[in-house]
Design a protein around this ligand. Structure first.
Ligand SMILES: Nc1ncnc2c1ncn2[C@@H]1O[C@H](COP(=O)(O)OP(=O)(O)O)[C@@H](O)[C@H]1O
Ligand SMILES: [Mg+2]
Length: 359
């Protein structure tokens, strides 16, 4: 059996994807599998590397990354890969692990391609990926199943151009500064601003509109951020709750990934009733979006113990320091077993789908 690792990709989370894939490659059971690395460049080209059949202490996956695409690290070398067309993806005895975060990877687009190719793949399907990535659609669904969220307003580009004043009035009439302005479909804090005034709000909306045509404005709250990991298909398991210990106003890309300024408390020191509520909400959110394989669900918890769901990430960061694998490790599942379970879940989902009538 072959595992194809798809990594890199056309999103702001390109670099984190490389580190995640590298980490996953080290957790694969090479007595059973070989690994086919496929690196997707920032421009969307696919580069195929030599098969890997042994545990790699070195940077074999990195070697596919052309020097000009390396924005970090010191081992940039000439790429050893070969350009390929996506349609040349192996369809036999292959499980694809799309280790891609953000738009064009975690949003259902790659998942749709893999469905068309007819190969099993790790993680959420098209629907769950698309909803998880879309901050407006996921909020609508969380509302519908009664999960607590911070108050918000959502609107699109067209409405903003037509009725800017009314939108501002509506926002200011029901939300209190500070506010968070977010493009509906992005990740890793790209295009997100925290604002304290009308002028800043307008600017932040214009800025967010450069990333997407749909915008959500949320009530900012003072809270700790708690995250929980889910593993499974219909029958899903939940990890301990973890807490982010932070020292910046909010996590932006640089703080999160480049400076690695995240500390985690696992299990989070929380009222046990709060922790189990978080776990219950996370599982309900996962079922509601038709989650599959894995997800990390993120929450805010205020000092008065109010819980608000923030978002669900269907392909969470998977570096050695990322919350998702670390949550499982602390809950008692090694990374090796975690990766193996994800591969088995992908096969189960694939077999189940094949069994359904199509007419
Ligand atoms: N309503 C809010 N109140 C307080 N902090 C927020 C709020 N929304 C977002 N944040 C902060 O901004 C970060 C990024 O926002 P998030 O919605 O998680 O976007 P992303 O998809 O980029 O992770 C959060 O982790 C949190 O620190
Ligand atoms: Mg987030």
């Amino acid at each position: 059996m072959k595992i194809t690792l798809l990594y890199g990709g056309q999103s702001a989370e390109h670099d984190i994807s490389i580190i995640s894939a590298h980490n996953i490659a080290q957790s694969i059971m090479y007595d059973v599998y070989t690994v086919q690395p496929i690196y997707i460049t920032r421009a969307g080209e696919w580069i195929k590397g030599p098969l890997i059949d042994t545990s790699l202490p070195n940077s074999d996956l990195m070697r596919l990354v052309p020097a000009e695409e390396m924005t970090w690290g010191d081992d940039a070398k000439a790429s050893t890969g070969q350009a390929m067309r996506p349609g040349e993806l192996d369809r036999e005895d292959n499980i694809v692990f799309p280790v891609l975060h953000g738009p064009n990877g975690e949003d259902g687009t790659i998942q749709g391609f893999l469905e068309v190719m007819g190969v099993p793949y790790v993680g959420a399907g098209v629907t769950a990926s698309a909803i998880g990535m879309d901050k407006i659609l996921s909020k609508r669904i969380f509302d519908q199943i009664g999960l607590p969220q911070v108050p918000y307003h959502a609107f699109d580009h067209r409405l903003w151009r037509e009725d800017q004043e009314e939108i501002i009035q509506r926002i200011e009439g029901s939300l209190l500064y500070p506010l968070f302005v977010k493009p509906a479909n992005m990740g890793s804090s790209v295009g997100i601003s925290q604002v304290e005034s009308s002028e800043a709000l307008i600017q932040a909306i214009e800025n967010a509109l450069q990333y997407d045509h749909r915008i959500v404005v949320e009530q900012g709250i003072s809270a700790v951020e708690c995250e929980v990991a889910i593993l499974g298909n219909e029958e899903a398991h939940i990890s301990y709750v973890g807490k982010l210990i932070k020292d910046v106003a909010f996590y932006d890309y640089e703080e999160k990934y480049i400076n690695n300024r995240i500390e985690m408390e696992i299990p989070a020191i929380l009222d046990p009733a709060v922790a189990s509520k978080i776990q219950e909400y996370a599982l309900r959110a996962y079922r509601a979006i038709d989650g599959c394989g894995l997800s990390r669900v993120d929450f805010f918890v205020t000092s008065s113990q109010d819980i608000y769901i923030n978002e669900i990430n269907t392909m969470p960061g998977f570096t050695g320091l990322s919350m998702y694998p670390v949550l499982w490790e602390k809950t008692g599942l090694t990374q090796r077993n975690l990766v193996e379970e994800l591969l088995q879940l992908a096969l189960k989902k694939y077999e189940q789908k094949k069994g359904f009538k199509v007419e």
